[in-house]
Design a protein around this ligand. Structure first.
Ligand code: AHR
Length: 350
């Protein structure tokens, strides 16, 4: 935004010169004024933030976190653009940020592929790009400075490990698990990782993974997708929802179809498991046992992105990939923790 601020300074200079009728003293005052302003302008960091959309409570919490971390009081000018779930909108936003000569670009990409061209344009303009939340599968890792977000596959593995431990504790045979996966937006890192976590566990454990269908991370699509799945299958007893908003919609559809939602699979209940742990209604469902297990996905990335930008500004090279620690929630007492790759993850109350 440097050029924009300089334009303002020039306008102020013109105004000062005109009001002072060009006298030597007033011209000097105007010059001092501009010099001071330029110094201040150099201190303000302009960040262009391309958020992918507003599809879930997680996303709203993430946007709020970014807004609170990059305030004018803390020396930032944040330009926020909502991509409305469309990569084309996000590409346009990045090109606008380049034209505006922002100091940094922060990108929360909707999907992983298709970013090479626009990220090359940012690199040619000398603007560092920080990725947040999801990732891109760029051909050249130097097209972005660093990334901060969740290990989505680990989240999926945690929920799958919890299902395995819980059903073993209840003596439910693996082949008795008839699972449907209501996926997030296809091609997004969150969908790819969580889908992989379940698919691998289903193959390894001999679970019947009957269908994988996208519900776009929204409550409405979660409800529609669940209703459609109930028409295709009459034996669903585990619903793996790739976020809480879809779980809320799916529970609504299950209850409307006369099903009881809960963990007592042997008695015909349908178990729902989910991700995020942000939405208050989903947390309440988890306390009531309507959602059996939630893998936390932490949205509070604003201060983390700011720390990365501050590290880059002071000439440091932050880690390329920065993972956040996340918890596993369940109000059922049968499983106290799960082990993954030698690491124990405790199960906490939601
Ligand atoms: O990328 C993070 C995921 O995106 C969250 O789990 C989901 O709720 C959001 O829409």
């Amino acid at each position: 935004m440097k050029s924009f601020l300089k334009k303002i300074s020039v306008l102020l200079l013109a105004a000062a010169l005109l009001s002072g009728c060009g006298s030597r003293n007033s011209a000097q005052t105007a010059e001092d004024f501009i010099e001071e302003n330029e110094e201040q302008a150099d201190d303000i960091i302009t960040v262009g933030f391309s958020q992918l959309g507003a599809e879930s409570d997680w996303r709203s919490a993430n946007t709020d976190s970014m807004m609170s971390a990059f305030t004018e009081d803390s020396g930032y000018n944040l330009i926020y653009k909502n991509g409305q779930q469309k990569q084309a909108n996000q590409i346009t936003a990045i090109r606008t940020f380049i034209q505006q000569e922002v100091d940094y670009i922060v990108l929360a990409p909707a999907t992983e592929s298709g970013w090479d061209t626009v990220l090359s344009e940012a690199r040619e303009a000398g603007i560092p790009v920080i990725l947040v939340d999801r990732r891109v599968n760029a051909s050249d890792k130097n097209l972005f400075s660093c990334w901060v977000g969740s290990d989505f596959e680990l989240e999926g593995r945690k929920v799958a490990a919890w299902i395995k431990a819980f059903t073993e504790a209840k003596d439910i045979a693996p082949e008795e698990l008839h699972i449907v996966n209501i996926q997030g937006n296809l091609g997004s890192s969150a969908q790819i990782g969580r889908t992989r976590g379940l698919a691998n566990a289903a193959r390894e454990n001999g679970w019947d993974l009957m269908a994988e269908v996208s519900g776009d991370f929204t409550e409405t699509k979660g409800r529609e997708t669940m209703a459609a799945l109930l028409k295709r299958f009459d034996n669903v007893n585990v619903v793996y929802c790739e976020n809480d908003n879809m779980a809320i919609g799916a529970i609504d559809a299950l209850e409307s179809a006369g099903k009881t939602v809960g963990s007592n699979i042997a008695k015909g209940e349908v178990m729902v498991v989910s991700f995020d742990g942000v939405n208050e209604k989903a947390l309440e469902y988890a306390r009531e046992g309507k959602i059996s297990c939630i893998a936390e996905c932490n949205p509070l990335h604003g201060p983390r992105v700011r720390a990365l930008i501050e590290a880059l500004r002071s000439g440091e090279s932050p880690q390329k990939f920065n993972y956040v620690d996340e918890k596993l929630f369940s109000s059922l007492n049968d499983v106290s923790g799960v082990m993954i790759d030698g690491m124990e993850y405790n199960v906490e109350n939601p």
